[in-house]
Design a protein around this ligand. Structure first.
Ligand code: PBG
Length: 330
């Protein structure tokens, strides 16, 4: 039935009607706040391109985690900035590493808050790549199979330190299976894996790399992260991670990749996370600072759109602000 029998505006007439027929709901417990924990920070160190986000000391990370819990956020996701780096990235699985210490402290302070640990080597390697290098090649290349064992070791050390969920972001082939096997062998069969499945080689990670000091010293990440032009390939990655035992799948970045959030939603039954990354945050913050965008309305629209596309969980640097706004309206 078409017009005039059908009038789409009937259900849009009042706020109450619009509320009644709203299809997606923004909720604090579906949002995850990323945190940068630095071995070197004594006070919060602002990150230029990410206003409102800082590199944190252990104590400040615990304070942020308490705040996240008080706001009802779904969890925090931890990234570590070690004091020293080496060729293998051994700081990643150090029992006394900054993420391991932060996990312990956060789980002690706010046990009910979900702590997710990002599993990758790029913040810990002196060359800034996400795996170990095969230096017999020229230029050196990231050695997939040699990296798997190190990632698995890192994930186990995170689980041991108290991580509720481990989230490999390296994009090596076979890492989900390798991590699952090692977690199971070490007594962590119940620790879920959130796989960064469709992770693209994106320009939107720029501010993060400044924050985490993790830019590759040479070359780029295009031999392991996905080509932004490729959707079918991204779906294959997601399905393979599901096959290898991932409990949850992630699409990253989020804003330019809504097609993939929707595609993964259609093709699997797994929980899906979308990562609203640093560059996406920086764009909104910059425009808002100029008065060119209404920050609150823009952020709520962005976060809702990711749920609408099919994401169950949204990881976002806007999480605290969003939770605050939500608590004001309800
Ligand atoms: C580590 C990692 C990155 C991000 C999350 N985990 C950077 C990268 O792949 O270079 C980016 C997150 C963001 O931009 O907010 N591999």
């Amino acid at each position: 039935m078409a017009f005039p029998a059908t009038r789409m505006r009937r259900l849009r007439a009042t706020p109450s009607l619009r509320g009644l027929v709203r299809e997606t709901e923004l909720r604090a417990h579906r949002l995850v706040l990323p945190l940068f924990v630095s071995e070197r920070a004594s006070a919060p160190e602002p990150i230029a391109a990410m206003p409102g986000v800082c590199r944190l000391s252990l104590g400040d990370a615990v304070r942020e985690a308490r705040e996240a819990a008080a706001l009802g956020l779904g969890g925090v996701m931890l990234f570590g900035i070690p004091g020293e780096k080496d060729a293998e990235g051994s700081g990643a699985w150090d029992r006394e590493g900054i993420v391991q210490l932060a996990l312990g402290a956060i789980k002690q302070a706010v046990p009910e808050l979900i702590a997710i640990a990002d599993v990758c080597l790029c913040e810990y390697t002196e060359h800034g790549h996400c795996g170990v290098l095969d230096t017999s090649a020229s230029p050196p290349r990231v050695d997939n199979d040699a990296t798997l064992e190190l990632l698995a070791r890192t994930a186990v050390s995170h689980a041991r330190a108290g991580a509720d969920i481990v989230a490999p972001s390296d994009m090596m082939d076979g890492r989900v299976g390798a991590i699952r096997a090692e977690l199971d062998a070490e007594g962590f069969a119940d620790t879920p894996i959130l796989a960064y499945s469709a992770k693209f080689a994106s320009a939107f990670y720029g501010p993060f790399r400044d924050a985490a000091d993790s830019s590759p010293a040479f070359g780029d990440r295009r031999s392991y992260q996905l080509d932004p032009s490729n959707g079918r390939e991204a779906l294959r990655e997601a399905l393979l991670d599901a096959q290898e035992g991932a409990d949850m799948l992630m699409v990253k970045p989020a804003l330019a990749y809504g097609d993939l959030i929707a595609a993964v939603r259609r093709e699997t039954r797994l929980t899906i996370a979308a990562y609203n990354v640093s560059g996406e945050y920086a764009m909104v913050k910059a425009a808002a600072a100029h008065g060119w965008l209404d920050e609150r309305a823009t952020v709520c629209e962005i976060l809702s759109s990711l749920h609408r596309a099919g994401a169950d969980i949204v990881i976002s640097y806007h999480a605290k602000d969003a939770a605050q706004w939500l608590s004001q309206t309800t």
